[in-house]
Design a binder for this molecule. Structure first.
Ligand SMILES: O=C(O)c1ccccc1N[C@@H]1O[C@H](COP(=O)(O)O)[C@@H](O)[C@H]1O
Length: 211
């Protein structure tokens, strides 16, 4: 049986970080995109990062950052993965991949099957693609699900994960339809924008494990 990977993103407090670790999250995402309700400044991200044991990987979420701030934030927080969730190009990520040792993930806004085909340009530039809804009010974190059937019928050439509007209630169906091996949720685990609910974090991880 496949052991699926779970990422809980946009955590901002020690309590929710501890809850996600205790519940068995594989990845915890820290959001350094200032307009987001889940934004944490670098010094807070560093403190949260220090609570996370090596068995849980840390993902630093950035949007359209320039190379120097990117390097500074990565150096300070020391994540295992850097998730780029804006309009970063394959060429730019390719250059970065030569300079940084961390794993690189690229979020792809999915509108149709063509979105998946076009994302193949990131082969060699990103270690993993994260399929999410197309940008809305924010580049991500909008709680909007994509058409999961597109993923099931696609010949994936790059490791990938599913994001976008996942909740404890729908993630089982999302796994069944898409076959995703990594499931990523943020706003669907909140009681209000930016306020994570410990019960929903636990329920999400349990639902993935049961799928
Ligand atoms: O969460 C945010 O505010 C955010 C802001 C900018 C880029 C990405 C963001 N979140 C990421 O988007 C996906 C899907 O989130 P959701 O589950 O639909 O809320 C996920 O990777 C979030 O971490």
């Amino acid at each position: 049986m496949t052991r699926r990977l779970v990422k809980v993103c946009g955590l901002t407090t020690p309590e929710t970080v501890d809850a996600a670790v205790d519940a068995g999250a594989d990845y915890i995402g820290l959001n350094l995109y200032p307009p987001s309700p889940r934004y944490v400044p670098v010094d807070q991200a560093v403190k949260l990062r220090m609570r996370i044991p090596p068995t849980t990987k840390v993902v630093l979420l950035l949007v359209n950052e320039q190379p120097i701030p990117t390097a500074q934030m990565v150096d300070a927080v020391k994540p295992d993965v850097v998730q780029f969730h804006g309009g970063e190009t394959a060429q730019w990520l390719g250059m970065l991949k030569g300079a940084v040792k961390e794993e690189i993930w690229k979020a792809i806004g999915v509108k149709s099957a063509d979105s998946l085909k076009n994302a193949l340009r990131f082969k060699g530039a990103a270690h993993r693609l994260l399929y999410d809804a197309a940008p809305g009010v924010l580049p991500g974190g909008n709680g909007v699900a994509i058409d999961w059937t597109l993923l099931a019928g696609f010949c994936h050439e790059i490791p990938w994960g599913l994001a976008g509007g996942l909740t404890p209630d729908n993630v089982g169906e999302a796994v069944r339809i898409s076959g995703a091996e990594l499931l990523d949720a943020s706003s669907g685990l909140e009681s209000a924008p930016g306020v994570k609910d410990v019960g929903k974090i636990r329920a999400f991880i349990e639902a993935v494990r049961a799928a």
